[in-house]
Design a protein around this ligand. Structure first.
Ligand code: SF4
Ligand code: SF4
Ligand code: SF4
Length: 252
């Protein structure tokens, strides 16, 4: 969740001063906050019902365990005071070995029961994510209705370009999309956004940062994912999963 929303949630739902929080944990579907004096847990379902909890993009993300990373750490399948660590690369292995050699951590092989629990929890979360996806991405009629949907949602854009600067997959040096911004532009949806929607349709990873940063509170991630879902499904490409496979529209 963005920081301001988290602070509001802490005050309203947990009745905790955000400055007093010393630890945060997610366990058995509950979000737990600890202070020096107390510990309070509220179910994530209840938080989301009240408009808090996970960001929208996290709710429909089907990749709970980042298998494309060097390491994945979590508490699914781990015992009390333990962390379940999955190692996916040589780099990850080296990091773990170094930490063990330096005496920073102690390791033990995962138990069969732990592996089963982890796999089962991952499967359950994938199903939950699919349900959220269906709930959020309700089809919007024909092409004209879809165009109007984009125009209406983006109408409040003040062309601050913040969504471009935070986007982790926009790495081009020239940022040509900015050239299309004209303060005299009277279109309801700027060419800047049209270029971005097209450029990100193959590479948007749904990280949510554009929505977090937008001062006009435009749900940009949902807009980009609406476009990207169609393109990425068509080209059978999931960005961010394999560094060796370039995005479908990559040009030299
Ligand atoms: S959600 Fe997509 S468009 Fe938005 S910042 Fe992340 S990668 Fe970029
Ligand atoms: S939208 Fe396209 S032109 Fe703009 S910064 Fe991203 S990749 Fe570059
Ligand atoms: S961050 Fe929001 S207001 Fe700024 S350019 Fe992007 S959509 Fe427009």
């Amino acid at each position: 969740m963005p920081p301001i929303t988290t602070m509001k949630m802490l005050e309203k739902m947990y009745e905790i001063n955000p400055d007093d929080v010393i630890e945060e944990e997610i366990e058995r579907g509950k979000l737990i906050f600890k202070t020096e004096k107390e510990e309070k847990a509220i179910s994530i379902d209840e938080l989301e019902e009240a408009g808090y909890g996970r960001r929208e993009n996290c709710r429909y993300c089907e990749i709970s365990i980042p298998v494309m990373a060097d390491l994945a750490c979590g508490n699914w399948g781990a015992g009390e005071n333990e962390t379940f660590v999955e190692i996916f690369t040589e780099k990850g292995l080296k990091l773990m070995n170094n930490a063990v050699e330096l005496g920073l951590i102690e390791t033990a092989p995962a138990t069969e029961k732990g592996i089963k629990i982890r796999g089962k929890t991952d499967g359950v979360m994938e199903k939950v994510a699919k349900k959220w996806h269906k709930k959020i991405f309700v089809p919007i009629g024909d092409r004209l209705e879809r165009l109007h949907y984009y125009m209406d949602v983006m109408e409040d854009c003040i062309d601050c370009e913040a969504c471009k600067y935070v986007c982790p997959v926009c790495s081009c040096d020239e940022s040509k999309c900015i050239d299309f911004y004209d303060p005299m532009d009277s279109h309801k949806i700027s060419i800047y956004h049209l270029v971005r929607l097209l450029h990100l349709s193959d590479s948007c990873i749904g990280c949510g940062q554009c929505t977090d940063v937008c001062p006009a509170e435009i749900p940009l991630t949902t807009l980009h994912r609406r476009m990207a879902d169609r393109i990425q499904t068509k080209y059978n490409y999931i960005p961010g999963m394999d560094m060796k496979i370039p995005p479908s529209f990559e040009v030299e």
